[in-house]
Each structure stands twice: as C-alpha cells, then as structure tokens.
Write a protein that binds this ligand. Sequence first.
Ligand SMILES: C[S@@+](CC[C@H](N)C(=O)[O-])C[C@H]1O[C@@H](n2cnc3c(N)ncnc32)[C@H](O)[C@@H]1O
Length: 299
Amino acid sequence: MSGSRLEPRHTADGSFSLFSRDVGEGFHSGLGALSEARAKFVIPAQLDRWSPGSTLQVLDVCVGTGCNTAALLEACNARGLKLNWWGLELDPEPIALALADPGFCSQWEPETLPQLAEMSSGPQMLWGDARSQLPQLLNSQRGRFDLILMDAFSPSRCPQLWTVEFLSGLATLLLPSGRLLTYCSAAAIRRSLRLAGLEIASICAPSGLLKQTNDWSGGTAASPSSLEGATQLRPLSPMEEEHLVTNAAEPYRDPSGHSDRATILRERQRAQAAAMAAGGVEATGGWRRRWGLSSSNHQ
Ligand SMILES: C[S@@+](CC[C@H](N)C(=O)[O-])C[C@H]1O[C@@H](n2cnc3c(N)ncnc32)[C@H](O)[C@@H]1O
C-alpha cells in the first residue's frame, strides 16, 4: 500500500479528511467532515432516547479515519452514555493517518482520542472486506445493535457494500428500535432498505451541508420500527417516493457475496434495461424533469 493513494484534505469546516485516488472520491463531503459526522450520524441517532449510564451497541461500517465514531463518542461522553462499539474496515491506513495528523487530533476532547485508538485496535474492530466479516456479526450479534453508521464510498464507486444482500444483513443486526444511518439518499439504496424490511425516513441536514440545490435530503435513516415523529428525520416527500419507482431504484445485487464492482454494475444495468423493456418503470430522466431537477447524483 502506498501512502500517496490517500491524500490528506482539510474540509471547509477545518476538519481533517482524506481523498482516495484509487476510488476517485473523498471520504467526506468537502463541506466538512466533522459537520457531516454530526449532522448525518450523531444528531439523527437521537441520543436523548437513552438515559445516562446506558450502553449503546454501535457498528461503524467503513470506519475510515474514525471521524464518525469519534463524533459519536464525544456526544455519548457528554451525555454519560457508554458504547459497545464494533467496526468494519478494509484498510488500516486511514485511521493511522488520522491519528498521526495534528489537525485531526486537535479536533477532539482530550479523552476521545485514546478511546478511539483503543477501540480501533481492539478485537471488535473487524478488518477485511466488510462482506466477509458480516457473517461473524450475524452469528453472534443478530438483533443487538442500537445504531449502524453506514459510510461506504458512494454506490457507483463501491456497489459491493450497497447491495440488497449486504444491506439486508445489516438490517438483521438491528434491535427493533435500532437505526441504520447513512448520508446516502440514492433511490436504489432506499428501495433496498425497504426490501430488507426497514422503515425509512429522510435525514434533515442543514442546507450548508447539501452539496447542490438538487440535494433534497441529508441522507437516510432506516429502522425495523416506525420513524414517525423522530427529531431531525422526516417522511419521504412525494418527490422522493416517486424516485423509488423510477429506474434509478433498481437495487445493486451480489448473490454470491463476493462479486466485483464491475460485475455488480453490469448486472444492475442489465436489470434496468429489462425493467424498462417490460414497461411499468419510469426513466429517471422523466422524473427529474417533472420535478424541475437539472441533474442528479442520486442515481
Ligand atoms: C467514505 S470512506 C469512510 C469514511 C469514514 N466513515 C470516516 O469517517 O473517515 C469509505 C471507507 O470504506 C473502506 N472500504 C472500501 N471498501 C471496503 C470493503 N469492501 N469493506 C470494508 N471497508 C471498505 C475504505 O477503506 C474507506 O476507509
């Protein structure tokens, strides 16, 4: 592994992030890694659901630099909540780079970094392809998680972790009151979360964190239970609901559990073409025009 394939970046709020040359994508929105962690993961977790002294079981999917976990840790420390933390990550380099970066280290309260370092080097940090580590969690931790922070690279860059099979596995890890939180509001992902039996809601993010005027949502929350009335979440708008019956909502699939990116993308394109040929599915371009959206990154 060469260090240059991961370039340190400082995002608009001054917080540390990385850009992956291999993937061609940043780890966080350029608008702010820490702001994004708080708005899209910590706030929609709604930590006031637990009383001080409670222990939350949390899974960080794609730990990366550890920014989401550190932001959650800090918010939990402030409320007297403890974490039974688990992590999934392929590459140890992002967290090593973060922990060696003075800017990243200065972002946090003094007690946060040792906790992050301990968790990310402990036995519940599961290194490797998240798909190959998931069965271990399914065997021992099914139905036990309060929170799952899902922060893989975007579906078109890393479809392996956005398939209906992988998301269904994550869904079975949740407690009935548990929540899966993700920055992603792509139609295929929302449809897959519903296929996994979860209720979904849109995350309300501050407008400063939406990348384009076309970004209508701060992400997606999903739970086995209703999310109605949850703070910082709202039901999908009619526009968002209609998005889920367009061609963009065709799920990514990986029945073998180890297909590569190209195969997953190719099979999805094939399924999209077949669905269009059979009729009954609207082309996403038509939906976009109907709602006055010029372009979209929500394919
Ligand atoms: C968008 S970044 C995660 C950002 C992270 N949550 C943070 O706060 O820094 C995506 C991460 O997914 C990891 N990754 C990519 N493919 C993976 C796989 N198949 N299994 C597990 N992790 C993977 C990358 O190494 C990268 O750290």
